[in-house]
Design a protein around this ligand. Sequence first.
Ligand code: P5A
Length: 367
Amino acid sequence: MPTVQPAELWRQSGRYDAYGPEMLRIRDRHDRELLYGPTNEEMVTDLFRQGVRSYRELPQNLYHIQWKFRDEIRPRFGVMRGREFLMKDAYSFDVDYAGAVVSYRTMMLAYMRTFQRLGLRAIPMQADSGPIGGDLSHEFIVLAPTGESEVFYDSRFEEIDWVSAEYRYGNASDLERFFEQMTSLYAATDEKHDTSAFLTLPEERRRSGRGIEVGHIFYFGKKYSGPMNLSLSGPDGQRIVPHMGSYGIGVSRLVGGIIEASHDDAGIVWPDPVAPWKVAIINLKPGDRACDKIAEELYGRMDGEALLDDRDERPGAKFADADLMGHPWQIIVGPRGAAAGEVEIKRRVTGERTIRSVQSALAEILR
Ligand code: P5A
């Protein structure tokens, strides 16, 4: 979908005036009113209106990953709250409320798994739906001391493995159990915090801190499909108006969020699945024949997943830079070891270092 949208679509939903100064409004050479999309509910409702005719084509979920612009009153912390940012946004369309609930819960489960695979512990919290609207909404919050909101939750959230939990997407009764498991545990931002409910938890399970919102999901029924006249032919010849929801992940914010949640005094500690490079190969003595040979060989074998540091720098500076950039592994190639066919490998997250043959270093890292 384009980033620039016609104001007309937003007049149809009633949000053109409701959205306020966060929306960047533009005029083109013909004096037509446009805007830089802060979100895409109207655009996707319009796409659907043009391309879908029958209830038989439901349920559907359309998504894209696209830049957004919001004229935030206080942009700060770089990618954490920017005016221009990248979002993954998805939009669901269902025949009725029961179907929309299945879509909502399916996405909620997918988000829990997605964040876990990114190496994050995201906690879903009931939220206000703000300018997107609707009466069912959850935010996904990652804990970090620099987070914008204050959060309170049950430590049991930290123990659940959502990836291997046996819940099937699209299955109403599985998703009901999933939703119950999740909403039975206390979690709230300061906006919705209920001190007396929180205090009923045993003390050792009470967690509080600051958090970053990395995702947000909404069910808003017919808020857009109604006023925008999206109707499909229904089962008995009558028209039906789809129930909709929307689901966002702040892709560019996540980069900052992951770093906030995973670092130490020396720098970033990238979780394995999202590390830009899996390993830094540190050649301590470029120009030394044995070092160069081993470093080059390792680099070739890592198939694009390694960064080779062959700069003419002191070893201390190279170690510090590798720690700062946070690659999950480092392979240190020095002249003494290289002569014996050995290297040192370091695991960034634990700091553990071991001497290995070149083969066994590769086997460990490529495992
Ligand atoms: C859901 C998808 C929406 O816009 N419409 C489409 C719904 N939701 S939201 O909560 O407003 O935004 C979704 C996520 O985008 C990230 N985000 C930001 N990231 C960086 N800078 C910003 N200014 C910014 N605003 C929102 C958040 O991660 C949010 O959860």
